[in-house]
Design a protein around this ligand. Structure first.
Ligand code: PLP
Length: 415
């Protein structure tokens, strides 16, 4: 199996640890820009195309600034995420507000910032009207319900809490028109970490159909369709990466057939990818601090599930490179568990993973952690969040978030 590549070697990271103690995240600016550009290139055929980076995947302002310079917008679902976008100069229609179960203040701020508001229920329109007024531009999130093509791959949208049913979508657009909205968008997100190109073609087809039906029924010209996120990442070395150019071409084919000949054209395509943009650029670096042999063979590292929750929470696979060892073929290997220090037995980065023989002091690189990695961090068990570093295009390294200390942990308390 080919080893996954990294933009640095053991020596480079070992040197860094003199200044920045492990664990830490390191993001590769080059990879981040490459993934962002790939999005824009794959949809360049669509004049109004816009990718809104899902801020929840990596809410670091320096990351957002880089993505902004690549012409990405921001997709938010909370007040702090909206404020983060505002702080880096993303506002107005470069921010999408795709929230659910939203408090009044958040709608108020989204409207004030001129974000595109994407409503999650038919009742949210009068709610929004009451707390902020109905904006000119309004979008609704569609939950297509039982779809045979979808259920087999990602579970049944019927079980998802998001979006409006098809009947409610019609009701919502009629109501929005009555309440004075002038511009309209339509959103759906039925994929999650999807690696199949044809799935996105299917999503586009279904949402184009609905947009055409809305026009037939109400004479409403949908201005954009937002295909959401869910663009997958090949976390395992044996997985085939999603071919985003092919996704773009397939959606173009559907667009040319269904939309181009109608007066819905030009229809803008929007996306809200988080994972595809940021996952590959981020690596969690941690050091082996203990070796323990009981019924199984464990290596304990100085990071834990509080730094990267995905393996513990979903059993997600993250590839691990033992720096200075995995790159050398034919070193003796052994099957081990790589574990953190939480008093929770799910705190394992890898279970029964074949790795080159490890020793205390080894540095491990946990791959593809740039999306939903640091962002899902927490302080349970008195674990503090680690630093985030940026490997810039000129190969210099800059700290873009310091590690938390005990004062941060106590900051909300009065003794
Ligand atoms: C999480 C989320 C995204 C991003 O999903 P990825 O898997 O990171 O692409 C986009 N839109 C909404 C509404 C989300 O909740």
């Amino acid at each position: 199996m080919p080893e996954k590549t990294l933009p640095f070697d053991r020596e480079f990271i070992e040197n860094l640890t003199q200044k920045y103690p492990t664990p830490f995240y390191i993001y590769d600016e080059k990879t981040l820009r490459r993934c962002a550009r790939l999005f824009n290139e794959s949809f360049a055929w669509n004049a109004g195309f816009q990718e809104f980076f899902a801020v929840k995947a990596n809410p670091n302002p320096e990351i957002l600034k880089i993505l902004k310079s690549e012409k990405l917008g921001g997709d938010c679902s909370s007040l702090p995420e909206l404020l983060l976008c505002e702080r880096v100069g993303l506002r107005g229609e470069l921010t999408m507000f795709t929230s659910n179960n939203t408090p009044p203040l958040e709608f108020f701020k989204a409207k004030e910032l001129g974000a595109i508001i994407n409503l999650d229920d038919v009742t949210h329109l009068p709610f929004l009207e009451k707390c902020a007024g109905v904006p000119d531009l309004i979008s609704f999130r569609w939950n297509p319900g039982a779809l045979r093509e979808v259920e087999s791959v990602i579970g049944n949208p019927v079980d998802a809490k998001y979006g409006l049913t098809t009947e409610q979508i019609f009701e919502a657009f009629a109501l929005a028109q009555k309440k004075g909205a002038k511009r309209f968008g339509l959103h759906t997100m039925i994929a999650s970490n999807m690696l199949k190109e044809d799935f996105f073609e299917f999503t586009a087809k279904t949402i184009f159909d609905l947009a055409l039906e809305i026009e037939r029924r109400f004479g409403i010209k949908i201005e954009f369709v937002n295909l959401g996120g869910g663009f997958g990442v090949a976390y395992r070395p044996e997985e085939l990466p999603l071919n985003l150019r092919e996704v773009g071409e397939r959606i173009r084919g559907v667009y040319d057939k269904m939309i181009a000949p109608t007066d819905l054209a030009p229809l803008k395509i929007f996306t809200e990818s988080g994972r595809f943009i940021a996952a590959e650029a981020g690596t969690l670096i941690t050091r082996v601090i203990h070796e323990k042999k009981i019924y199984k063979h464990y290596f304990g590292v100085d990071a834990c599930m509080a730094n990267l929750m995905r393996p513990g929470m979903y059993g997600a696979y993250h590839h691990i490179t033992a720096l200075g060892k995995s790159e050398t073929p034919n070193l003796p290997k052994e099957k081990v568990d790589v574990v953190g220090s939480l008093c929770e037995n799910c705190d394992k980065f890898a279970v029964d993973r074949e790795l080159p023989k490890l020793e205390i002091g080894d540095l491990l690189a946990i791959h593809d952690a740039g999306a939903h990695g640091y962002a899902m961090g927490f302080q349970y068990n008195g674990k503090l969040r680690c630093a985030e570093l940026l490997l810039q295009e000129d190969r210099s390294v800059r700290m873009i978030r310091r590690a938390e200390n005990v004062d941060d942990y106590f900051a909300t308390l009065n003794f």
